[in-house]
Design a protein around this ligand. Structure first.
Ligand code: ATR
Length: 273
């Protein structure tokens, strides 16, 4: 019988996850299908019930449900508990088991480039669910210091405390302050949604230089203003689609217990730009 998978969130109509996973099924000849299912904020409980009713095999969780979905899990992976958010769920005969592949999916393109994280300094822009997974990833790999820059200062401070709890030296600054000092950090990461609507970079790039690695988790457009400006300043860049692929490949491996066909998944994505 065909196995069905899904991504839940709102908005969901532009999600690239169905294309990525369906490309993987095609490449491996799996009898599976993957759909996008819009569940508005506040309707998660009923949405999860309906997924169980259709015997969904597994699903990804995206904005705005990554944190709230934790309540509906029967079991949580270690990463999920540390991060406090879930992006991948498997349905084991009605038992929902939650994982977080955002953390290792984020780290994947850094590791593929052999860029050392140990002892490094990080400027992280944003303080939402994605930021927490990224902080947990940098902490796991032994980064030294994280500065959190966020529009709402209190949220930045809260996430800086979360980083301190994971053993990182941390502080919180404004977006303006971040623009003044960005060039001093090894990694500069945008974990906000700024760029998705072609907005200007969330911080000034005037100090960005060839020593920096600039990673934007916004994947559409591929060349956000932050990425474009950083390339002009000779920084190394990592694209948001690489994290998207990393987390999708890891979710695939959890569900199918087989190596993800990374190149087929990448082809459908990069071909889509
Ligand atoms: P996610 O789960 O993807 O991280 P989120 O929890 O809604 O999403 O977090 C969104 C992040 O983008 C927050 O850091 C938010 O800043 P605030 O804490 O001030 O809300 C940031 N963000 C969203 N729109 C922004 C904008 N126009 N300018 C600056 N930051 C913005």
């Amino acid at each position: 019988m065909t196995k069905t998978f899904a991504v839940i969130g709102d908005p969901i109509d532009h999600s690239l996850s169905p294309s990525i996973h369906n490309a993987a099924y095609k490449a491996l000849g799996l009898d599976c299908t993957y759909i996008a299912y819009r569940i508005p904020r506040g309707e998660l409980k009923a949405g999860v019930e309906s997924l169980k009713q259709i015997k969904i095999s597994g699903f990804n969780v995206t904005i705005p449900h990554k944190i709230e979905m934790m309540k509906f899990l029967d079991e949580q992976s270690r990463e999920c508990k540390i991060i406090g958010a879930v992006n991948t769920v498997s349905n084991d005969d009605g038992r929902l088991v939650g994982y977080n592949t955002d953390m290792d999916g984020f780290l994947d393109p850094i590791k593929k480039r052999n860029l050392p994280i140990n002892g490094s300094s990080v400027l992280l822009i944003g303080a939402g669910g994605a930021a927490r997974a990224i902080i947990a990833g940098f902490a796991k790999e032994g980064a030294h210091k994280i500065t959190v820059a966020n529009r709402t200062k209190e949220k930045g401070q809260e996430i800086a405390r979360f980083a301190a709890g994971l053993g990182l030296e941390s502080d919180a600054v404004s977006l303006d302050e971040a623009g003044q000092s960005a060039g001093r950090y090894k990694f500069i990461v945008n974990a906000t949604s700024v760029g998705l609507k072609n907005e200007p970079s969330p911080i000034s790039t005037k100090t960005v230089n060839s020593e920096n690695i600039v990673y934007d988790i916004v994947y559409m457009p591929m060349n956000t203003d932050l990425i474009t400006q950083s390339k002009k300043n000779s920084a190394r860049v990592i694209y948001g689609y690489e994290m998207l692929l990393g987390q999708a490949a890891l979710a695939f491996e959890i569900w199918h217990n087989a190596k993800a066909p990374y190149d087929a998944m990448k082809k459908v994505l990069v071909g889509g730009f």
